[in-house]
Design a protein around this ligand. Structure first.
Ligand code: SAM
Length: 246
């Protein structure tokens, strides 16, 4: 079953409405001086591409979830420079000056072979000197300080009240964090939807990611603390990679 199904995609933007998409887009712009063409791998509902469409000549949003792409289409239909695809990245034709893969997409990949293939295909999609930017969990920080067993977040938007309970089961030995998320959406006092979804994240370490990038035609990456200009350290929980194709 695809986690990013119709029900989750319908409420995805509400659930993540406090995410700093604008700050993340500004970070991408800072590191992508060549604004010719961008591929957004795992674009979801296209929140980054929507902002970046004002700055890039063309954007291709790619996602394996059709329901997420359908939400993305509703939001980008009026933009002539944004196209969407459900193709596998290996089959995408064209060369891009920038590739992004945002919000832990690489943690959705669970084997070294698949992660290596992912980097190889991202590399092939780029022009020489093209820039690849992605963010992920820092597997090392999760060993030092594993994700909390339970986190609760409440969001109030208009007359909607969204209650998110995130339950994490971290298996350090196998480098995974399995999350069970329960979302309750209320209008006034009435519950309009209850959504449960499960997410498995593989907790890749910066060293493994770096080695795989080097193996697949990239230069040595810069690794930042989550969309800041600070370099990441072992305890930085979320990290952002900026890396150039050789
Ligand atoms: C957490 S969401 C992030 C969506 C969007 N990038 C954002 O920042 O809001 C992860 C997305 O990655 C997509 N995804 C995961 N693995 C993928 C893969 N190998 N190829 C394409 N899409 C993928 C999922 O379908 C989902 O839409």
């Amino acid at each position: 079953m695809n986690t990013y199904d119709h029900r989750l995609s319908k409420y995805y933007d509400l659930i993540y409405s406090s995410k700093a998409y604008k700050k993340e887009a500004d970070f991408i712009l800072k590191h992508c001086p060549n604004r010719n063409s961008l591929i957004d791998i795992g674009c979801g509902t296209c929140n980054h591409s929507l902002i970046l469409s004002e700055h890039f000549n063309t954007i291709l949003g790619l996602d394996e979830s059709l329901p997420m792409l359908m939400r993305a289409k509703q939001k980008t239909d009026h933009l002539p420079n944004v196209a969407l695809t459900n193709e596998k990245i290996e089959t995408v034709k064209g060369r891009f000056s920038c590739a992004i893969s945002m919000f832990n997409v690489i943690n959705h990949i669970h084997t070294i072979e698949q992660l290596s293939l992912f980097f190889e295909t991202a590399n092939t999609a780029l022009i020489a000197d093209g820039v690849f930017i992605f963010d992920c969990w820092n597997g090392v920080s999760c060993i030092i300080d594993p994700p909390k067993l339970h986190e609760k977040r409440e969001i109030h938007i208009d007359n909607m009240h969204i209650i998110c309970d995130y339950y994490s089961n971290t298996d350090i030995f196998n480098s995974t964090c399995e999350m069970k998320n329960e979302i309750s959406i209320k209008k006034g006092d009435t519950v309009v939807e209850n959504i449960q979804y499960e997410l498995k994240h593989t907790l890749w370490t910066p060293k493994i990611i770096t080695n795989l990038l080097l193996d697949n035609g990239f230069e040595s990456p810069d690794i930042y603390a989550y969309f800041t200009k600070e370099k990441a350290v072992a305890s930085t929980s979320r990290i952002t990679f900026v890396v150039k194709k050789k």
